[in-house]
Unconditional design. Sequence first.
Length: 115
Amino acid sequence: MHPQNNKPLDKGRVACIAEKYQQGNETKNRYATLGRATKWPSSNQGGSDSIEIELDTMPINQQGPLKLYIFWESENQQSQGYAPPQYQSQPAPQYDQQQYAPQNPAPQQYGQQRQ
């Protein structure tokens, strides 16, 4: 565990390739986020930094080695404002009064079959 006064050097998300797809002549990757990564400074002078990985989920039906990728916040900020889709902020939709406001659907009940 890291001391409370020790601030992380960087934070990021841990992901794996969920899918490969073709776009024009290029093959691109679609990533699935599995958890978080935190880069901590070395506790001793001249030592190397440490990376702490917390996984929230694991891919199902994974066979063989699983290659993980870390997308650091500092790198996303340096690449001209690019952020993965789930990190991009989008303005909330504007609705006119209640005329176009979305309606709350009835709660779904799973696991019960209707006769």
